[in-house]
Write a protein that binds this ligand. Structure first.
Ligand SMILES: *Cc1c(COP(=O)(O)O)cnc(C)c1O
Length: 378
């Protein structure tokens, strides 16, 4: 039996190399060419009206906060309600812009709980940062209703949601979502090396994002180079921008991977169904519920067990490597000010273990892993 890792990206190597070859032959590895192709392909795939390719989701979350702050005149110290169960990027993005992450608790889906979100809204609240945890849409609809009621904006961290739909629609395109940010990081559902996509609902904000992601320069180099006739060297710098643009080599990989995303997500759902089936027989194992499970792009599969450390070592004895994904962010020294404000998140985060979930696993692998887990957790 060979080693089983918790996550393992699958690359369609020949298609990737083909795309990269085209990119190299075009002689353009920066922003432009393949990045424009990918933005168009992503808009077609998701239904987002705008898409701007970036070097990461983290950069995108920062830009989302930066641009909404400028647009709506938010002040330093204003608050964004966010989740403690996430990768720290989500919350760092708020701090980059001198705003304050106000933590709300998570629900049975490990996504923000609308009841606690409403409790935490105060006169300084400007927005909600929602993470579609594990690919789940959670109660985003209710959160959007709350945002409408209280005049708040919504940023969707869709790092786990590449391919998630609800009744055929990408939740990031729902009315009321100001901006959605996807990740194509190395182990995400659409893996590249590192990159991401930011999708503003508003075309004007998308245009601004293009400038801010490229040092604040009002014309990208590709546009200046490909404009007919002479090189249009003249440009203006309107914003203190960042070097956050995505590059064509990463975009080439994403273009090769994208046609497989839906069938790969369907395969993830099959594997999840096997785990669920076995674990639902065991009262000591808590399965994390999923709304619209038939359309979820499961990025990670977690369960809550009484003795996580014990289970991790038991799996390791079998050369199977489970994982622990995200610690409750309020345990980190820089977010400790919020300790005790999200009791459910705190409690469950000590019991969550990530089971192997990737496209190299066979049904038999998952049955074997599930049997080992089931045997151990008694
Ligand atoms: C991976 C991840 C990010 C960061 O994505 P990058 O593309 O690596 O910057 C942000 N939020 C969540 C929930 C993630 O899982």
């Amino acid at each position: 039996m060979s080693t089983i890792q918790v996550l393992k990206p699958k690359f369609h190597v020949e298609e990737c190399l083909d795309q990269i070859r085209q990119c190299l032959e075009q002689g353009w590895t920066g922003s432009g060419g393949k990045t424009v192709e990918l933005e168009n392909a992503w808009k077609t795939y998701t239904g987002h009206p705008n898409a701007c390719y970036l070097n990461s989701n983290t950069a995108g979350l920062h830009l989302a906060v930066n641009i909404l702050k400028r647009k709506y005149g938010w002040q330093d110290g204003d608050e964004i309600i966010s989740t403690p169960i996430t990768f720290v990027s989500t919350n760092h993005a708020i701090l980059y812009e001198n705003l304050h992450p106000c933590f709300a608790d998570v629900d049975e889906y490990l996504c923000l709980d609308p009841v606690d979100v409403e409790r935490k809204i105060n006169e300084k609240t400007r927005a909600v940062m929602f993470v579609g945890y594990g690919g789940r849409v959670g109660k985003l609809e209710q959160i959007l209703a709350l945002c409408k009621k209280h005049g708040l904006h919504l940023i969707l961290d869709a790092a786990h949601m590449a391919g998630t739909r609800v009744n055929g629609v990408f939740p990031g395109t729902w009315e009321g979502v100001d901006v959605t940010v996807y990740s194509y990081q190395a182990v995400k559902n659409l893996p590249t090396g590192d990159s991401g996509m930011i999708c503003f609902a508003d075309a004007e904000l998308d245009a601004q994002c293009r400038m801010v992601s490229w040092m604040g320069i009002n014309k990208d180099t590709y546009a200046r180079t490909t404009v007919q006739g002479s090189y249009k060297w003249n440009y203006e710098v309107d914003y203190l921008g960042f070097k956050y643009n995505g590059n064509a080599v990463m975009a080439a990989i994403a273009l090769a991977q994208l046609p497989y995303l839906d069938e790969e997500n369907a395969r993830r759902r099959e594997l999840v169904a096997i785990y669920d089936q076995v674990f639902s027989q065991n009262p000591k194992i808590q399965i994390i519920q999923t709304p619209y499970p038939q359309e979820c792009a499961y990025h990670i599969y977690e369960i809550a067990v009484p003795d996580r450390e014990g289970l991790l070592s038991e799996l390791a004895k079998n050369d199977i490597y489970g994982g622990v994904h995200y610690r409750d962010n309020t345990e980190f020294s820089m977010y400790r000010y919020a300790q005790g404000t999200c009791p459910h998140a705190h409690e469950i985060s000590q019991h969550l273990i990530t089971m192997p979930l990737h496209l190299y696993l066979t049904n038999q692998d998952v049955e074997r892993i599930a049997a080992i887990v089931n045997e151990f957790v008694k």
